[in-house]
Structures are given as C-alpha cells and as structure tokens.
Design a protein around this ligand. Structure first.
Ligand code: HEC
Ligand code: HEC
Ligand code: HEC
Ligand code: HEC
Ligand code: HEC
Length: 240
C-alpha cells in the first residue's frame, strides 16, 4: 500500500472515530450532567401549545429533583484500571464498538439512580436482586416500581408514563448499557462473593442521573483484574 493512501486511511479513521465518539458518547459530561429539566416529551395530550424551549415549558405540578453535576472522573472513581483494557487504551479507539465507555443511551423513563440510591437511601440489591439471570429479570419490573409509585409522586409526568406501562401491562424496554457479546460469559455472583464491588465495573452509579458505561468491558479489562487478584485467566473461564 502506498504511504499516502495509508496516511489518508489513518486520517479518515481518526475522523470517523471522532465523529463516532461524539455521536454515541453524546455531549461532554459537563452539559450531560447539567440538571436541565427537559420539556416533558411523551406526556399525554398536552401538545396543543407547541413547546420549543425548556424555558417556555409549563412547569409540571411537581418539579423533578435532579442530581448535582459531577465530573466524569468522579463518576468513574473506583473503576478497575479506569475501565480500560491497557494503559494506552482510550475510548476513541472503540471504533468498532457499538457501546464504548461513556455510552449513555436515553431511557424510556427518566429513572435516576442518584434520586433513589443516594437521596432516598435504597440498596442496589433491593432492585437488582435477580442479578445473574437474564437482562430483563435483573432490572426491576414495572410492578415493583408501582409498589412505591402508586403513592409516590403520582402527579409527575414520568410517573404518569410509568403508570401507563403498568395499566397496559407493557414491560418497559430499558436500553441495555453494559452488555457483552454472545461469546463472552460473565457471572455477577462470583464477583460479589469475592468482594468485588459494583463500582469496580460500573462506577459511581449512585451519583448518576442517567446510567452510563463506566468501563469498556473489553477482554483486557477483565483479564487485567483477574491477573492481579489471582482469578482464572483460562480462556474457557469466559468463553465456552
Ligand atoms: C429503585 C430501583 C433501583 C435501585 C435501588 C438501583 N437500581 Fe440500578 N437500575 C434500575 C433500573 C430501572 C435500571 C434500568 C434503567 C437505567 O439504566 O437507568 C437500572 C440500571 C442499572 C445498571 C445498568 C444496566 C445496564 O443496562 O447495563 C447498572 C449497572 C445498575 N443499575 C447498577 C446499580 C447499582 C450499582 C445500584 C446501587 C448503587 C443500583 N443499580 C440501584 C433500578 C435500580
Ligand atoms: C422503595 C420505593 C421506590 C421504588 C421501588 C421506586 N421508586 Fe421511584 N421514587 C421513589 C422516591 C421516594 C422518589 C423521590 C420523590 C421525591 O422526593 O422527589 C422517586 C422518584 C422517582 C422519579 C422522579 C419523579 C419526579 O418526576 O420527580 C421517577 C421517574 C421514578 N422514581 C421512577 C421509578 C421507577 C422507574 C422505578 C422502578 C424501576 C421506581 N421509581 C421505583 C421511591 C421509589
Ligand atoms: C467484575 C465486574 C462487575 C461487577 C463487580 C458488577 N458488574 Fe454488573 N455487569 C458487569 C457486566 C460485564 C455486565 C454485562 C453482562 C452481560 O452482558 O452478560 C453487567 C451487567 C449488569 C446489569 C445489567 C443486567 C444484566 O444482568 O445484564 C446490572 C443491572 C448490573 N450489572 C448491576 C450490578 C450491580 C448492582 C453490581 C453490584 C452488586 C454489579 N453489577 C457488579 C460487570 C460487573
Ligand atoms: C475488579 C476485578 C475483576 C474484574 C474487572 C473482572 N473480574 Fe472476573 N473475577 C474476579 C475475581 C476476584 C474472581 C474470582 C472469584 C472466585 O474465585 O470465586 C472472578 C471470577 C470470574 C469468573 C468465574 C470464574 C470461575 O472460576 O468460575 C468469571 C466467569 C469472570 N470472573 C468473568 C469476568 C469477565 C467476563 C470480566 C470482564 C467483563 C471480569 N470477570 C472482570 C475479579 C474481576
Ligand atoms: C476474564 C474473562 C476472559 C478470559 C479469561 C478470556 N477472555 Fe476473551 N474476551 C473476554 C471478553 C469480555 C471479550 C469481549 C470483549 C469485547 O466486547 O470487545 C472477549 C473477546 C475475545 C475475542 C474476540 C476479539 C475481541 O478482542 O473482542 C477473542 C478472539 C477472545 N476473547 C479470545 C480469548 C482467548 C484465546 C483467551 C485465552 C487466552 C481468552 N479470550 C480469555 C473475556 C475473557
């Protein structure tokens, strides 16, 4: 390959990486974390008055409390090896990963870990007791949310949305944030028993208004910790 072509390829992929990172990772944390209450979107038929700016939005009967802005470094504190596969591994290199570190999709309901865990003192396992089962059985059901929200904040637009799922017996299709490819197997229970805390892989979830992927979850990330902690690095531990 001639060198000019080679460098233009490198350049093109760098551009691609930058564009990709911006499109998937979304705005810089500093704004991502800014607690801006957006105009309620899917709230029943209040659409007669076109609402364009958040400022012009009619304030809902109750105001949503949102997490204080926290820099990303603080959100990722305690993550093993900064969530990287190696010291030279940077999120920009996740060209082909659909879900790089920092992946933070919008969820069907604005569920805030900060509000439930940090502010209202709930335990992780209260909601994620089924850890190790399938994705949707690990995430609490609409019924368990309604256990509280039949009474709590019933006038909030987000809770009205929640109740609609409940009344229509529809599950909430939460967008998965952390997921491994089919060929890699993960087991939460073994890690919990070995005293590896949630934050080593997921970061400071309790400070997050919107869940984001704090670690790349690449193979090097898993193997690096396994080496340090003397856990198995046999290929068949994770691939079978
Ligand atoms: C009140 C219930 C509740 C509590 C308490 C709770 N969570 Fe969650 N968690 C959810 C819901 C609902 C989702 C899915 C929506 C979302 O991603 O925000 C979720 C998503 C997650 C995810 C992302 C799952 C994915 O898609 O990969 C992680 C990781 C997580 N929680 C960890 C924790 C940790 C750690 C704690 C304790 C610090 C905790 N959760 C406490 C309800 C809860
Ligand atoms: C143990 C009780 C409990 C459970 C279970 C619970 N919540 Fe909450 N939720 C609360 C409390 C308390 C608040 C905060 C109310 C306040 O002080 O503003 C809250 C606030 C909220 C808000 C913000 C409402 C607003 O606009 O201010 C949303 C959205 C929400 N919860 C969604 C959920 C979802 C989705 C689930 C199920 C995954 C869930 N909650 C499970 C107790 C609970
Ligand atoms: C050693 C790293 C690690 C630790 C520690 C860890 N997780 Fe996870 N978590 C993962 C990985 C990897 C996935 C994706 C699993 C998959 O796709 O098979 C995941 C997925 C999840 C999910 C999404 C649902 C699912 O099962 O796929 C939730 C919720 C979650 N973790 C919560 C927690 C909570 C709560 C804790 C602490 C009690 C915790 N995790 C500790 C690595 C970890
Ligand atoms: C922060 C450290 C840490 C990280 C990161 C980590 N692990 Fe582990 N893992 C451990 C420890 C410690 C054990 C040993 C538990 C034991 O001995 O019972 C373990 C055990 C396991 C086991 C069970 C091994 C067995 O003998 O059955 C599997 C599977 C596994 N890890 C997969 C993964 C995968 C996949 C990832 C990456 C997504 C990962 N781990 C990331 C610390 C970690
Ligand atoms: C501790 C868990 C763990 C062990 C041990 C492990 N892998 Fe992996 N491996 C993973 C995870 C997780 C991924 C998925 C990474 C991703 O999503 O990019 C992966 C991905 C791969 C891939 C796909 C290419 C890639 O990098 O994504 C290959 C090939 C692979 N592993 C081979 C091996 C071989 C060969 C061994 C033994 C020398 C091994 N793995 C040991 C966790 C492990």
């Amino acid at each position: 390959m001639n060198s000019k072509f080679f460098w233009s390829l490198i350049f093109a992929s760098a551009l691609g990486a930058a564009a990709f990172t911006y499109s998937t990772v979304g705005p810089d944390v500093s704004d991502a974390q800014t607690p801006v209450e957006q105009a309620p979107t899917a709230v029943a038929p209040v659409t007669t008055a076109p609402v364009t700016t958040a400022a012009a939005a009619p304030t809902p009967s109750s105001t949503r409390v949102v997490a204080p802005a926290v820099p990303r470094s603080e959100l990722y504190a305690g993550v093993w090896n900064g969530g990287q596969a190696a010291s030279w591994d940077i999120p920009e290199m996740d060209l082909f990963s659909p879900h790089p570190q920092g992946y933070k999709p919008e969820q069907p309901i604005k569920f805030s870990h900060w509000l439930h865990v940090e502010k209202n003192g709930m335990e992780c396992q209260y909601c994620h007791s089924g850890i190790n089962k399938s994705f949707y059985s690990t995430i609490p059901s609409v019924e368990s949310c309604m256990g509280c929200h039949a009474q709590v904040k019933t006038d909030s637009p987000e809770i009205i949305k929640l109740k609609k799922y409940y009344d229509e017996k529809q599950p909430i299709e939460w967008e998965p944030v952390n997921n491994l490819p089919e060929h890699a197997h993960f087991n939460h229970e073994r890690h919990l028993k070995a005293g590896v805390g949630c934050q080593s892989c997921h970061g400071q979830i309790q400070k997050m208004e919107v869940v984001e992927k704090a670690s790349s979850l690449k193979m090097g990330f898993c193997v690096d910790c396994h080496r340090h902690k003397g856990a198995s690095i046999d290929c068949t531990t994770c691939h079978y």
